[in-house]
Design a protein. Sequence first.
Length: 379
Amino acid sequence: MGLDSGSPSIRIVAARRSTGRIPRSREGWGRADDDDEGVDDLVLRVALVVLAISLPLWVVLSVFVVVGRLRYERLHRNPVDRPLSGRAAERLVARATGRPRTEWGRWRRITALQRLERARHPAVPRLLRRVLHDPDPTIAAAAVRTLGDVGDDWAIDLLIDALRDGEGSRSRIASELERLAPAPGRRLVSLLRDGDPVVRFWGATLLRPYPELGEPTLIELTWDADPNVRAAAVETLGTRTGRSVETALSARLDDSEWFVRVHAARAVGHVVGAEAAPSITRLLSDRRWWVRTAAKDALRGMGSDAVPSLLSLLTHDDLFARNGAAEVLQDVGFVDFLALDNPRSPLLERIYEAGGERFREAARARAATAQPKDGAQAA
């Protein structure tokens, strides 16, 4: 029995021979035999069900968040004078003295301590003394922050004792003492005599807002064996005045540690001024970039008063010194003045040689730009 040439089987065989590939399922078949429409209907139904479930859940969650936030704000509005009931206070005290094992328990302990502090509960000083020595750094940090919030004399004493004993992060403690200024005041002077150089460092640093305190001891600390202490003392003395301060700061320009020389250059430039220009210009040949930068900043602050000292460095043996002097002369306006007033000046040429070719090109470009403006004003 022969096959009809128009049948589907004959068409598939002919397609294979003509194209050399296996025909796809839709080739030679009607769409009625395909099940894509059923799959599309199923996906649509699933999407509608998911939407119907997720939309109410999203609305409920949003309402829950808003209500919770409103409740939180109501409970924490003006909390300082809100009294605690006896049972609530006992529960918070027990929670603050507990030893939580989970992260949630840790934060509940911190919250309990803060609520007791806001209510001015009499157990707060005892609890803070205990929590301040907690081995958990997060709990100890919360105690430091709470002591800063209290701000009473006993709280300041606890913070200073903790700074001296090294309980917790000293930088956190120092931050709270700074925040409480000027209350700590004279209590900080005793830190300058401590046997621990770290304590002396923080004492010198914290005395910066108190220009009337500790000056003789700070001057002595500029010769401390620890370079960090010397740097802190120099930085604090840089905010003060007086001949003894000037002498102590100038001596640190030759310190053996580069970062002390950095602080000294900035402090001497601020306190002594142009009188110290010859001493500071020596630092332009320092081997440390930071020291040279600090010296240039100090000399810029002196303005034209530093020009004589800077000109003496144009023939210095050190390339950094010559280049730094030319840079500062440019920044204080001396180079541009010469370029306009006497562009053929031998002194200007020496400055160009010290600054380098790019320095020369930049200065000449500025002068060329400025000349037409001056001519127009004269006209």
